[in-house]
Design a protein around this ligand. Structure first.
Ligand code: AMP
Length: 438
C-alpha cells in the first residue's frame, strides 16, 4: 500500500511560540511590569485583539508604514473591515471613550499587555506577532506627568538591571510643527535625490519620519537638518523645559535627541524612546512613548490630554535572559526561578497507596503547599529522581505498611532523616517542618 505523506505544519514567518522554558523569564518580566504599574496607580484593561480597521487607520495615520504596509487587515464573514491591532493606544482610547471614562476622577490611568501584529520584514528582534506592555494616562497635561512616565520607565529597567538610554524630544503641537515641517522640507529639498526610496515617499506624505530613517545615507543628511526644538511655540517650549526640569531633579540619565519623532500621527509634544546597546554595538529600541493630546477628541471623546508608553516584551525578555545567564549566580541582583520546584513530593509504592495518592495530593495542595508527584510511575527510584529534579524539600512516602497503619513517612530530602507520622497530623507536621527550613 502506498504510504501516505503527512504534512508537518510549522510556524508562520515572524511568529513564535513561547515554550514552557521561556515562560519563567516572561512571567518574571510581566510580573515586575504589572506590579510597577499597580504601584504607580494604573489599573489593568484587557482590550480586544481585533478592532475596526478604521480605528487604527484614523489614529495611527493613513500615511504611516504601520497602516500602509503592515496591518493584518481583513474582511470578516459579516463584511466588516477589521484589523489585528498593531499597537495598544488606539484601543485604549476607544475604550476610554466607549465606557465614558471621562466621567471618572482624573487622571484615568490604565495599563495593558498582550500581542500586537505588524506585517514587518522578520529579523532579529522584529516579529510579526510581538507583545507589548503599555501604560496610558488620560486627563492630565501637566509636564510633571510626562516626567513621571519617563521616570517610571527608567525605574522599570533599573529594577530589571537592564542598562538603557532614554532619548527625549518634543515634536510640538500642530501649529509649531507645521512651521517646522516647512523648514525641514526646504532643507531636505536639495537632498531629495540622495534620500532612500522610502524617504522620497515620506517627503510628501510623512516628512517627519525621514528624521528616524535607519538608512545611513539619510541619517547623514538629517544630521544637519533644522531641529524641531528650535521651532517650538512658547507653550510647547515651556512644557518641554518643565518636563526636563522635573527629570533633572529626579536625577535619572537621559539624552536629548532631535530625531525621536515616533512616526505615528497622534503624537504631540513629548516623545521618547528607550534603547539598549546590543553586543555588536548597535542599538535596539525596547520601548517608546509620548503625548497624544488630540486623539481622544479625534476618536469621538471630549478634549482630553493624554500620554503613554509601550514596551516590547520580546526584546526585554531576550535582553534580561542574556544578561542573567551571563552573570555569575553570586553576582545576580535577583533570582529568576528557571525550573519548576516543589515544597513536598508525594511518592507511592503499591496498588493500595496509589489509590490514596490523588486525594492526598489535593489535600496538601489546598493547604497552599507546592506539591510534586509522579503518579504514573511505580518504581520508588524513578519517583525519587523526580523529587530531586523538582528540588523537593520533603518527600512523603506512602507504602503498603503506611496504608495499613494509616500513617505517612516523611523524609527530609537534605538530611535524609525520616519520621513516621499519623496521616491526620500530616499537614501540621509539614507546616512545622517547612517553617523550620525558612
Ligand atoms: P513602537 O510603539 O512601534 O515604538 O513599539 C514599542 C516597542 O515595541 C518597540 O520599542 C519595540 O521594543 C517593540 N516592537 C515594535 N515592533 C516590534 C516588532 N515587530 N517585533 C518585536 N518588537 C517590536
Amino acid at each position: 500500500m502506498k504510504k501516505q505523506k503527512i504534512k508537518k505544519y510549522s510556524l508562520l514567518k515572524g511568529f513564535k511560540d513561547i515554550v514552557p522554558e521561556d515562560q519563567f523569564y516572561w512571567n518574571f518580566v510581566l510580573d515586575k511590569l504589572s506590579k510597577c504599574a499597580d504601584a504607580y496607580g494604573f489599573e489593568k484593561i484587557d482590550l480586544p485583539i481585533v478592532e475596526e480597521y478604521g480605528l487604527f487607520a484614523r489614529s495611527v495615520g493613513t500615511d504611516t508604514d504601520i497602516v500602509t504596509k503592515e496591518m493584518f487587515a481583513f474582511e470578516t464573514l459579516g463584511k466588516e473591515k477589521v484589523a489585528l491591532r498593531p499597537e495598544g493606544t488606539a484601543g485604549a482610547v476607544r475604550a476610554y471613550v466607549e465606557h465614558g471614562m471621562m466621567n471618572k476622577r482624573k487622571p484615568v490611568k490604565m495599563y495593558y499587555e498582550g500581542p500586537m501584529f505588524r506585517y514587518e520584514k522578520p529579523q532579529a528582534g522584529r516579529f510579526r506577532q510581538f507583545h507589548q506592555f503599555g501604560c496610558e494616562v488620560f486627563g492630565e497635561d501637566d509636564p510633571i506627568v510626562d516626567a513621571q512616565i519617563i521616570y517610571m520607565c527608567y525605574q522599570i529597567f533599573d529594577e530589571l538591571n537592564i542598562p538603557i538610554e532614554i532619548k527625549i524630544n518634543s515634536i510640538g503641537c500642530n501649529t509649531c510643527r507645521n512651521h517646522y515641517l516647512k523648514a525641514l522640507k526646504l532643507y531636505l529639498k536639495k537632498y531629495k535625490s540622495k534620500l532612500c526610496v522610502d524617504c522620497n515617499k515620506r517627503y510628501n506624505k510623512n516628512i517627519l519620519r525621514i528624521l528616524d530613517c535607519k538608512e545611513k545615507k539619510c541619517q547623514e543628511i538629517v544630521a544637519d537638518a533644522p531641529q524641531i526644538v528650535d521651532h517650538l511655540c512658547t507653550d510647547c517650549n515651556t512644557h518641554f523645559v518643565k518636563t526636563l526640569e522635573y527629570l533633572e531633579e529626579s536625577q535619572i540619565a537621559y539624552t536629548l535627541n532631535p530625531f525621536i519623532v515616533r512616526g505615528l500621527d497622534y503624537y504631540n509634544r513629548t516623545a521618547f524612546e528607550i534603547f539598549c546597546k546590543e553586543e555588536d554595538g548597535s542599538q535596539s529600541a525596547l520601548g517608546g512613548g509620548g503625548r497624544y493630546d488630540s486623539l481622544v477628541r479625534m476618536l469621538g471623546g471630549q478634549k482630553t490630554p493624554a500620554i503613554g508608553f509601550a514596551l516590547g516584551i520580546e526584546r526585554i525578555v531576550s535582553r534580561l535572559r542574556d544578561m542573567y545567564e551571563k552573570t555569575p549566580a553570586d553576582e545576580r541582583k535577583f533570582e529568576i526561578p528557571t525550573s519548576k520546584t516543589c515544597d513536598v513530593f508525594i511518592a507511592q509504592l503499591g496498588d493500595g497507596a496509589r489509590k490514596k495518592v490523588l486525594v492526598l495530593f489535593e489535600k496538601i495542595r489546598r493547604e497552599g503547599f507546592l506539591v510534586g508527584e509522579s503518579v504514573s510511575k511505580t518504581a520508588l527510584k524513578q519517583q525519587m529522581e523526580e523529587a530531586d529534579r523538582l528540588k523537593a524539600k520533603m518527600c512523603l512516602i506512602v507504602g503498603q505498611k503506611e496504608i495499613m497503619d494509616d500513617t505517612i513517612l516523611i523524609r527530609d530530602m537534605e538530611s535524609g532523616n525520616q519520621e513516621i507520622v499519623p496521616s491526620g497530623q500530616i499537614l501540621k507536621v509539614l507546616r512545622r517542618r517547612l517553617d523550620s527550613l525558612k
